[in-house]
Structure formats: C-alpha cells, structure tokens
Design a protein around this ligand. Structure first.
Ligand code: KIV
Length: 266
C-alpha cells in the first residue's frame, strides 16, 4: 500500500465512503501491527504517559519521553502518516514550539499535534510557516484538565459549542491540516465537521466526523482502571496476557518448561 500523505488525508474529506482511520502507538511491535493493519494515521500520543508510563495524567510527559517513543514508532511505520503529540509545556511560546517541533520531526515524526484553540494560533502559524504540518485538538483537551475541571464532555451548552466551532475555524485558517475533536456531543462534532474544509478526527465525538481515533491500549483491553463510554474493546489483552503469564509460572514451578525439545544437547 502506498505511503499516506497529508494530501491523502485532506482528500479523504471529500470521500464520504472512506473514513480516516487513526490509532495511537508507542513502541516498535505495536506500531508495526497498526501500520500493517492499514490504519491511515499513527499518533504517538502523550497518552503514552498514562498507558505506558503509569502516570495519572498526560501532564508529566516530557519531550525526552516523546522523542524516545517517536523514534521507536518511526522505525516500524512504513505506510501510515506519523503524528506526534507536543507534550504539556513544550509549546508555551512560539520559540519553544518551533524548537520542540523540530526535535520531534528529527526523531521521525511527519507532523505534530497541539492542544487548544485561540491561545496557540501564533504557534500553529509559526510551525506551518516552518513547513511542519500541524494537527489541532479541541473539545476535551487532557493537557487542560485543571482548567476544564476533569475529563468531562465539552460543548454541551450553546456558548461552549459556538466557542469550539469558532476555534476550529480559527485553527483551520491558521493552517492545521486536520483537527481531533475529543469528547464533544455528536451534534457539535457534526456542525464542526460540516463547517470545515479540513477533516475532523473524532474520539468520543460520535460517528459524523471524517475519521476516528482511539487509544490503542483501550481498544485492545489493556486498560483496567477506566472504561470510557466511547471506547469499544476489540480484545481483552489484559486477561489473555495474565493467563499466559500464569501458565508460564506454573510450567516452570512444575518443571514442565523447558522440555527436552526446548533444550540444547551436547
Ligand atoms: O494522546 C492521545 O492519545 C490523544 C488521542 C486521545 C487523540 O491525543
């Protein structure tokens, strides 16, 4: 399958029959599986902090963490478009945004994702001018968890919904090539999607966005702490892996592993 480009993602907006598929990945083996499954966009999300590094939120994730995971994922991905999250605090100023986006691109990212609307327009414009494609992220933006008062659906009131729409339009004008809409009512996602020329990628935003994204570990059933309503678990990896580990332990304890066939003679 040919390499996915920004142009392909933009063109998919016109093709209502073919939604954009996106998933997160954080390491080489999973990124390879995601890529080989034909997923269009692989996002090295700052959710890495919660699903791989054991933090309670995405806020402690550093540029060092992101670069480490971007390098691993980029070694595996041959076809999908690679998007890397800019972590909390890494794009506070135009200067830091430009410097840190460059570091992610040098590590292997093709594009970067920033959370927020009006407050980050100058950063978005500077990156686009520097030829670093940018994905936006509106709605429930986990890096602003303190300001939002928790992981809550955003855009339930008319004012909030209008604000999200206006911020999406402003981001489009600033040059982003797509926008993630996280945890917003279906009607808001639909309104934003039809108002923009660029594609929207939803997570907890209903079926009317141009594409869908999920956190890989949620989809595979690794996460046992929270079960967001918008996650469909396509596997129960936690249970499957726990069973394999118990079996290994029992086999060693009962001297059933390794067998003669699994040993070297002579
Ligand atoms: O960090 C992440 O995984 C994300 C997705 C939830 C879109 O930003």
């Amino acid at each position: 399958m040919p390499k996915v480009t920004i142009k392909d993602i933009l063109n998919q907006k016109q093709n209502e029959q073919k939604k954009i598929t996106a998933l997160t990945a954080y390491d080489f083996p999973f990124a390879k599986l995601v890529d080989e499954a034909g997923i269009d966009i692989v996002l090295i999300g700052d959710s890495v902090g919660m699903v791989c590094l054991g933090y309670e939120s995405t806020l402690p994730v550093t540029m060092f963490d992101m670069i480490h995971h971007v390098k691993a994922v980029s070694r595996a991905v041959k076809r999908a478009l690679l998007v890397a999250d800019m972590p909390f605090g890494s794009y506070r100023t135009v200067r830091s945004a430009a410097r840190n986006a460059n570091r992610l691109v040098r590590a292997g990212a093709e594009t970067v994702k920033l959370e927020g609307g009006r407050k980050i327009l100058a950063q978005v414009k500077a990156l686009v001018r520097a030829q670093i494609p940018v994905m936006g992220h509106l709605g429930m933006t986990p890096q602003s968890i303190a300001e939002l008062g928790g992981y809550k659906v955003q855009g339930r009131t008319k004012e909030e919904a209008d604000r999200i729409l206006n911020e999406a339009k402003a981001l489009e004008k600033a040059g982003v090539f797509s926008i993630v809409l996280e945890c917003v009512p279906r009607s808001v996602a639909k309104r934003v999607t039809s108002a923009l020329r660029i594609p929207t990628i939803g997570i907890g935003a209903g079926p009317d966005t141009d594409g869908q994204v999920l956190v890989l570990h949620d989809l595979l059933g690794f996460e046992s702490r929270v079960h967001p309503r918008f996650v469909r678990r396509y596997a129960e990896a936690n249970q499957m892996i726990a069973k394999a580990l118990r079996e290994y332990r029992n086999d060693v304890l009962r001297k059933k592993f390794p067998s003669a066939k699994e040993s070297f003679e002579g």
